[in-house]
Design a binder for this molecule. Structure first.
Ligand code: GDP
Ligand code: MN
Length: 382
């Protein structure tokens, strides 16, 4: 789950990271009041869950109250990369003298949280990584020790930060890693961590914030779960989550209904292997019972890209005949107009196959055979 900039910055602040004390508003008049309360100039920032808002015109400086109101009005009527702007953050404008990138991510190869920093902040870090990878400094964080002071200092030195800012930087870097762990994040990022001029001296301030929380850990963080922005998800993803299905939309034409995440991944690979394109990843977790299969089937069939549905089911604790009955019941309820191929194996397979064959489903003995049949049907429909 992605958090908005203002939410991420609130969480960062709890871990000692200095952030501007901004105000989130939903209309232009409130933006004017916020600007008056904060003092001019201010920045008006679109709160949408995509990167590159600055480049898209979603971050603007206002020098007067009229301008703050006008810009807020304009930004609130925008859509950025397809997402409507429903809120803007009004922050006191900073006098920026330098921009650093600082982020904590999971490095799967290292099996560690890695802290990344670069003096080339502000811009897309992906661009820096592609063009000048030497400008990115990385250190792995030990899960038991966290980020010790000496490592954070090494990073400050490596990005060429002047000595007088080391202690501020160390506090911020350690705070970021702490926040990453405390909220079960998969990403925590400050870009830019800016050197700003105020009262005649320079200090570090987190001007932007981004956090992605691991959905599987949200049960531990009801406060964060409540922060979810419904715009983040598509209709299908929302329904899938409500039905407790693991669903990811893809851009092919073969709708996949599978039990078990591993088998679902393997199914995508098999389809790809035979030259087909899956329309989704879908794991009907926890025993493929009729109501769940029906919910999953409805989600697949609501997707106009889907030209054929492929069931790939392993009956273990939930037996094949039970699953087959679930599938048949779901089909009777929904009456799909696309062809369906089913491969079902495991406990009580013969009984399962008999039930499926009686329901006008195309059956297959192996996943490979099922995938090839589904691909042929998808081609015929195209
Ligand atoms: P993003 O484009 O979505 O990453 O949004 P950011 O919050 O990072 O803002 C983009 C850019 O706007 C920053 O890199 C800064 O250069 C600029 N910016 C953001 N806040 C301020 C501010 O308070 N004052 C000034 N002068 N520029 C700002
Ligand atoms: Mn940014």
């Amino acid at each position: 789950m992605k958090l908005h900039e203002y939410q991420s910055k609130q969480l960062f602040a709890r871990h000692g990271i200095p952030v501007p004390q901004g105000i989130v508003v939903e209309n232009a008049a409130a933006a004017r009041e916020a600007a008056r309360a904060l003092g001019l100039p201010v920045v008006i920032k679109a709160q949408v869950l995509v990167g590159g808002r600055g480049k898209a015109g979603g971050v603007k400086l206002a020098h007067t109250l009229d301008e703050a109101e006008e810009l807020a009005d304009r930004i609130l009527s925008m859509s950025i990369k397809g997402l409507p702007v429903r809120r803007v953050l009004v922050d006191s404008a900073a006098d920026i003298r330098g921009e650093i990138y600082l982020g904590a991510v999971i490095d799967r190869a290292l099996r560690r949280v890695v802290l990344m920093a670069s003096s080339a902040g502000g811009v897309d870090i992906e661009e820096v990584a592609a063009k000048t990878p030497e400008k990115i400094v990385r250190v792995a964080v030990d899960p038991f020790i966290g980020l010790p002071e000496y490592l954070a200092r090494d990073v400050a030195v490596a990005i060429g930060l002047p000595r007088e800012h080391w202690s501020e930087f160390i506090k911020i870097a350690r705070g970021l890693v702490e926040a990453f762990h405390a909220y079960d994040a998969s990403l925590a990022e400050i870009n830019p961590l800016a050197l700003v001029a105020a009262d005649g001296h320079l200090r570090l301030l987190a001007l932007d914030g981004k956090m992605v929380i691991d959905d599987n850990a949200l049960f531990r963080h009801p406060e964060l779960a409540a922060m979810r922005d419904p715009d983040e998800e598509s209709e299908a993803e929302r329904k899938a989550r409500a039905a407790d299905l693991n669903y990811v939309s893809l851009d092919g034409d073969i709708g996949c209904l599978v039990n078990g995440a591993g088998l679902a991944m393997a199914t995508l690979d098999i389809i790809q292997h035979f030259g087909g394109r899956p329309a989704n990843f879908l794991d009907v977790a926890g025993g493929a019972k009729a109501d769940k299969v029906a919910a999953a089937l409805r989600i697949l069939l609501a997707d106009p890209k889907v030209k054929v549905v492929l069931f790939n089911i392993f009956g273990g604790i939930t037996r094949c005949d039970e699953v087959a009955r679930g599938i048949v019941q779901a089909i009777e309820e929904i009456k799909p107009s696309v062809p369906m191929v089913a491969r079902i194996t495991g406990t009580n397979k013969e009984e399962g196959d008999r039930i499926l064959a009686s329901a006008n489903l195309i059956t297959a003995e192996s996943a490979a055979e099922a995938a090839q049949k589904a691909i042929a049907l998808a081609r015929a429909a195209a």
